[in-house]
Design a protein. Sequence first.
Length: 215
Amino acid sequence: MRLLDALAAGNSSSRLEAALAVGTRPEPGFVDALVARCAIEPDFFVRDMLTWALTRLPSEITVPKLRAELRSEQAQARSQALHTLSKIGDPSAWPAITRSLLHDADDEIARSAWRAAVVLVPDGAKEGLAAELAIQFGRGDREVQLSLSRALVALGDVIEPVLRTAMASHEPMVRAHARATERLLRDPDVGFDLAVDQARRVIALGPERKETTTC
């Protein structure tokens, strides 16, 4: 009970120590308190430790609780549950990664959903996931676009058809984002900003000049 009380302490260091202690000596009886705290914990490092503590518990106990959190009205509850599911990596959670989560208007929820989806997706559903993700080319700021590109690249060569479609879009931002993602797929070591700059240069020069574009 003292550990559970410490998870709600006013001092973030105390909460961090409590989450570490719970994860070090995992007990199934802690799962509800850990999941509930994830939904409201303001400190990033404490949230990360809470996720670690949940990964230490049996997935047959944690995954149903986390799946239920995906229906929460609290944005942080959904985002943190997605993050934790991606760390647990239990394929049984895949059906809970819905289209609405992948397209959530909250960028943090959507990014968490993308990361969880590429970890949990079965091989037979990768093409469908790639199509859902590709709809969002051009969304958000640099960090959002980088997250989307990384998620798509993690799916591998199955994304090539959706890349070709997006690179033919009438929207310049969509074309640039898709082309940058293609460069990351071909060369994972290239920086995202460089890939975006090169993609924009190709678009500015026009398709007839793209083969002569230098790195």
